[in-house]
Write a protein that binds this ligand. Structure first.
Ligand SMILES: [Zn+2]
Length: 128
């Protein structure tokens, strides 16, 4: 291989490899986030689509928001995320574009158990 072939191969690699410089591997199969070289260091990770959407009908809004606009219930989104180099993916519950809950897998399982118990109690409490 001569020098021209080597440069051509490198150029071909740069054109076909769409990974951002900070990505050590190909994007995860479940990731739907676009990645760029200019991504902020806190945004260098992989995010799924929203796997759940919950309308928060009983959420209270600040009074100034109620004065300026009709009440539209906020929505919480559930998403899987994994930062570059992180050993395990986590579960995010996002409300109003802020991560309200940022849970390790074990913590998410504990939340599921607690929510199932609370839903069961709420069902029983609704009967009496
Ligand atoms: Zn990704």
């Amino acid at each position: 291989m001569n020098m021209t072939d080597n440069c051509a191969d490198r150029l071909r690699e740069e054109v076909t490899d769409s990974r951002a410089f900070w990505q050590s591997d190909e994007c995860r199969h479940w990731c739907r986030a676009p990645h760029k070289d200019a991504d902020h260091v806190d945004d260098r990770g992989h995010d799924s689509d929203y796997v759940g959407t919950i309308t928060l009908r009983h959420e209270k809004l600040p009074m100034e928001d109620l004065i300026n606009a009709p009440f539209i219930p906020p929505v919480a989104f559930v998403q899987v995320t994994r930062d570059e180099g992180e050993a395990q993916a986590r579960v995010l519950v996002i409300k109003c574009d802020e991560a309200t809950l940022n849970l390790a897998q074990q913590e998410a399982e504990e939340l599921i158990t607690a929510l199932q118990a609370a839903v069961e109690l709420a069902r029983k409490a609704s009967l009496t």
